[in-house]
Design a protein around this ligand. Structure first.
Ligand code: KOT
Length: 832
């Protein structure tokens, strides 16, 4: 190798300031093709990202080679969503070169923050489920686990949300518009995925009945790899996302005029498969393209997994010892039928053996009990799109129901509930039942949610397989959600207890004793104040609203959904507004209510709630009689990047879902870790947060899941009576219904009022209103005593160690996957 080339190679890996600086200048000119004077912020982002990427490629390859050479058991996390956000600061922090990079850029006259801010936010997910997948990738790499993420490389991520006249309007999110420096296209990693066609029966070589799928349409799945840097930069795992490509038939065919245009149209249509992320959170659309997306990425991933396995093995007997496949909800559950198809039809494995292998390989995480989110595909659609899979599902079902018949003697209801086919109305395939049956372990995402799974949707399956359901309470990565997003608090913590907490979050417990230290409290408050100033500036930039930094920042950020009850929050805001106007002489605790969240484009009620919040904000924020003691802000386009600014600045964390409806929540964890006090119901992981932070350091209110269940079952709940007996609630609702907030259209909020009254108030907003207001008053009272508030805030941060996704992921690794940490070695050859 020539010496110049070699020295450049070494330079590419240099982690010091000079090496970084030289690299930046070289990348800017030779790859981005710009001169330093002409370079835009975006050019600098691409430059820095490419230079940083150079510094992880070697270790990435070492990691992959080590897994290969050791034939390590891998875990494959199949998820239709990965809500990653930005990667530059994350990569710098995990490689430990943030300060070196900052200095190198300073010397060129560029600010690192500006560069970081030029990165688009990769929003390949809707909310909690997708963000959890991203936290898990970080934790798997940080724990040196051989973990791969598999998903779809959507060209358009979750829509961009803007408000026009207070209404949500959706715009396409074009995150790939200017290229993505983190991804490596792998045009050679290409798998065919089939749709439609029919199944042919034939006799195999030993005269047994066999099946083949013929006359199908084909699409190719092409891989794009993104390195996933673990903390410390030693393990660098892979996120492999599939993009749809038309088959080569198109490229090589020759056509007459008409056929040519048709063929091009066909190409565009088949490549639409990976065009756009479905924007529904916890609702199921039932659209054919969605089913095709699910099968597309699952099939490509399974083909890739088997290809990797076959590099070391000749039979499939050991597949479960070498591969664990985790289904992130039922979206990839068709993979159970697909693995059966690949094993039986393509590799000649006998059915019973294939079934044992399949069940031992798969496990399934359930993320919601909401009936509208449980996937159930029309049988007629599955028959048409995936005819062989429909047969396989029937076969699995027949064998299972036959076996269960004996035990279900006399209970036909039980058998029909266990069936993979819902025979009521148009027949449907129950993907949850398929996922359950085809997995050796099934988990919920918080203790309460797992219990409810056993009692409700999976009660019959639980009776049949009592060891299958287990709990894995969610977690969040402390790297992104404290170390990276909250520099003032991270620095304070490290100054007192060292930096061990970044990798081992339970160490943060050592802060608990400092809650009584007045100096520490002062510093903790100062860190919070800095973050609040940053958020106030962000709010001013995004909305033009000026907020008081020293007001109580009361934060509810999450998808807009009736069960999450943003409505309860805004009703309390109206009640507080009225009290402030009625009692102008009281020294009110100034409050800033901060909301953010997207509504699914077809979810009219959620969109109407957005409009209501914006309408109430307009009235309240301009009313001089409240003396700026109350401000209401609805930030547009909530995403991971916005969350990184909001979470560190919150005083109060709103986790107020109808008990029993939020599977876990993870925003609740991010906020508490950053020192916000929770006001919440006993729902999802709030229950466990209370146990860890202590009941004196959290505001719990409202009906429990059991009470909700009983109240609904009794049929005796009458929201009109509740409203009539609560003057402050009645007044708030009257103001809405008489057009105080919508003078241009007084009837605008009729659907909301209707839902809360004649509609029966399914989400029990009115039932919890009084208890919620009381809890809010307690919070405001406590906030007057800044020393006591800070003490509790510190105790929240100190007691959140258990909620690290490192803990969650190690529980999956030991209790479900049986995968173990593998430390990468510098090895020379091998392949993936
Ligand atoms: C379900 C179907 C389609 C799209 C999204 C979902 C979904 C999302 N189901 N649950 N979630 C959220 O997952 C988070 C991570 O486990 C939970 O914390 C949260 O409570 C769920 O709502």
């Amino acid at each position: 190798m020539d010496a110049r080339y070699k020295s450049r190679e070494i330079e590419r890996r240099s982690l010091d300031v000079d090496g970084l600086k030289r690299s930046f200048l070289e990348w800017l000119v030779y790859s981005v093709g710009k001169d330093a004077r002409a370079a835009t912020r975006r050019d600098w982002f691409h430059t820095v990202a490419l230079a940083v990427r150079d510094r992880l490629v070697d270790r990435w390859m070492d990691t992959t080679r080590t897994y290969y050479q050791k034939d390590a058991k891998r875990v494959y996390y199949l998820s239709l969503e990965f809500l990653i956000g930005r990667l530059l600061s994350n990569s710098l922090a995990n490689l430990g070169i943030t300060e070196e990079c900052r200095k190198a850029l300073d010397q060129i006259g560029i600010s690192l923050e500006d560069v970081v801010d030029a990165e688009p936010d990769a929003a390949l997910g809707n909310g909690g489920l997708g963000r959890l997948a991203a936290c898990f990738l970080d934790s798997m790499a940080s724990e040196a686990l051989p973990g791969y993420g598999y998903g779809i490389r959507y060209e358009f991520g979750l829509f961009e949300q803007r408000f026009e006249h207070g209404w949500q309007v959706e715009y396409p999110e074009q995150w790939l518009q200017f290229g993505n420096p983190w991804e490596f296209p792998r045009p050679e990693v290409l798998y065919p995925v089939q749709f439609y066609g029919r199944v042919e029966e034939f006799r195999d070589s030993v005269g047994e009945k066999a099946y083949r799928w013929v006359d199908a349409e084909r699409v190719l799945a092409m891989a794009y790899d993104t390195p996933v840097v673990g903390y410390g930069g030693n393990t660098i795992n892979t996120l492999r996302l599939w993009s749809a490509r038309a088959t080569r038939d198109f490229n090589f065919g020759h056509f007459n005029d008409g056929a040519y245009m048709k063929a091009v149209e066909q190409k565009v249509l088949s490549e639409n498969l990976s065009r756009v992320l479905y924007p529904n959170d916890a609702t199921e659309g039932g659209k054919e393209l969605r089913l095709k997306q699910e099968y597309f990425f699952t099939s490509a991933s399974l083909q890739d997994i088997l290809r990797r396995y076959l590099q070391h093995h000749t039979t499939f007997d050991n597949l479960p010892d070498k591969a664990a496949i985790q289904l992130n909800d039922t979206h990839p559950a068709i993979g159970i039928a697909e693995l059966m198809r690949l094993l039986v039809d393509q590799h000649g494995v006998v059915w019973d053996k294939a079934w044992d292998i399949t069940r031992a390989t798969f496990s399934y995480t359930n993320h919601t009990l909401l009936p509208e989110a449980l996937e159930a595909w029309p049988v007629r659609m599955v028959e048409r799109v995936l005819p062989r899979h429909m047969q396989i599902i029937y076969e699995i079902n027949a064998k299972f129901l036959n076996r269960s018949k004996a035990r279900a003697a006399g209970d036909n209801g039980r058998l029909s509930r266990l069936s993979l086919i819902d025979e009521r109305g148009d027949r449907r395939v129950r993907m949850g039942n398929l996922a359950f049956l085809g997995s050796h372990k099934v988990n919920g995402v918080s203790a309460l949610h797992t219990d409810l799974m056993k009692q409700t949707v999976f009660a019959d399956f639980h009776a049949e397989f009592p060891d299958r359901i287990n709990n894995k309470t969610n977690g969040i990565t402390p790297r992104r959600w404290l170390h990276q997003s909250n520099p003032p608090l991270a620095a304070l913590i490290t100054s007192r207890i060292g930096q061990g907490w970044i990798k081992d979050l339970p160490q943060i417990k050592a802060l608990a004793e400092k809650a009584d230290d007045v100096v520490f409290r002062e510093e903790f408050r100062r860190a919070k104040r800095k973050n609040k100033k940053r958020l106030a500036a962000f709010i001013a930039r995004q909305t033009g609203i000026e907020v008081q930094v020293d007001s109580l920042f009361d934060v509810q950020v999450k998808r807009m959904h009736e069960y999450k009850r943003q409505l309860l929050n805004i009703l309390q805001a109206i009640a507080l507004y009225n009290e402030m106007r009625d009692n102008p002489t009281i020294a009110w605790v100034p409050v800033t209510k901060i909301f953010a969240g997207k509504a699914a484009p077809s979810y009219h009620m959620a969109k109407l709630i957005i409009k209501l919040i914006n309408d109430v904000a307009k009235v309240v924020n301009h009313d001089p009689s409240v003396h700026d003691n109350l401000k209401i802000v609805l930030l547009p386009n909530y995403n991971v990047t916005a969350a990184e600014i909001i979470m560190p600045a919150a005083d109060l964390s709103e986790q107020i879902s109808t008990a029993g409806m939020e599977a876990s929540g993870t925003g609740n964890m991010k906020l508490a870790l950053n020192g916000a006090l929770t006001i919440g119901t006993l729902d999802g992981a709030n229950v466990e947060i209370r146990e860890h932070v202590g009941e004196d350091n959290i505001f719990i209110f409202g009906l429990t899941a059991e009470e909700v269940n009983d109240l609904r079952a009794s049929g005796g709940f009458n929201p009109r009576e509740v409203i009539a007996s609560n003057p402050s609630l009645k007044r708030a609702l009257d103001m809405i219904s008489t057009g105080v907030f919508s003078p241009d259209d007084p009837n605008r909020y009729h659907p909301i009022l209707q839902a809360l009254t004649d509609g029966g108030d399914h989400f029990l907003v009115t039932a919890d209103f009084a208890a919620y207001c009381e809890a809010q008053e307690q919070a405001m009272e406590l906030y007057r005593d800044q020393e006591e508030w800070t003490r509790k805030a510190i105790l929240n941060t100190a007691n959140m160690g258990w909620f690290s996704s490192d803990r969650t992921i190690m529980e999956y690794a030991t209790e479900i996957w049986d995968v173990h940490p593998v430390k990468p070695e510098h090895v020379e050859d091998g392949e993936d």
